[in-house]
Design a protein around this ligand. Structure first.
Ligand code: CO
Length: 208
């Protein structure tokens, strides 16, 4: 087990099966990638980006972190975003949160979790802006799930507010920012009503 032999075995079987079904697959893919979509999601092991939307290697550019947070000074996320928009010319950027997110739950807790609380503070700030709405919910689980939705919407708006996306819109590039939520309990993703293709649509959504 020390050398993770079982994972190499899984890998070998997967490569064989993929090659059997599509003999040219890896050779074609090794020359270029041409994904139409950027996925920004949570690191949670139960939210595997490609599987959820049924896309093969080469079809989905992916960035994941705890709580699918988009921070305007996070060079990691911004670099992924810039590469996806400026070089790969993705047509769609999907920010996908998920119900029952441990990051969102931890952000709501009073007890400390160490360093990660600084990261989760971005989610807690969203809670602070929606206190009345969240207080009206009956159970703590409903509160977590609603904040999961609000967080996905807020992070999608953060994507729309980056210089990267706004510069792309200004030069007429076709790119749409989406906010989604995924259910761990049924495997289904839902559109949260955020589908922004221009600065005007972003402004309307933020102020409407
Ligand atoms: Co999560």
């Amino acid at each position: 087990m020390k050398n993770l032999q079982h994972l190499f075995e899984n890998n070998r079987l997967w490569a064989e099966e993929t090659t059997r079904r599509r003999p040219e697959f890896f050779e074609t893919l090794s020359r270029q990638q041409n994904p139409e979509y950027l996925w920004i999601g949570c690191s949670d092991s139960r939210v595997p980006a490609n599987e959820i939307v049924g896309l093969m290697p080469g079809e989905l550019f992916v960035h994941r972190n705890v709580g699918n947070v988009v921070v305007h000074s996070d060079m990691n996320c911004l670099s992924v975003l810039q590469y996806a928009v400026d070089i790969l010319h993705v047509k769609h950027i999907i920010v996908c949160g998920h119900y029952g997110c441990g990051g969102v739950r931890a952000a709501l807790e009073e007890k400390g979790h160490g360093l990660i609380d600084n990261w989760l503070r971005h989610i807690r700030d969203i809670e602070g802006r929606k206190l009345l709405e969240l207080a009206a919910l009956a159970s703590p689980e409903e509160k977590v799930d609603r904040l999961c939705e609000l967080n996905a919407v807020a992070q999608a708006l953060n994507v729309g507010n980056t210089t990267i996306v706004q510069d792309a819109w200004a030069r007429g590039q076709d790119v749409t920012v989406h906010g989604w939520i995924y259910g761990l309990n049924n495997g289904l993703a839902h559109d949260l009503g955020v589908n922004l293709s221009s600065l005007d649509e972003l402004k309307l959504f933020q102020h409407g």
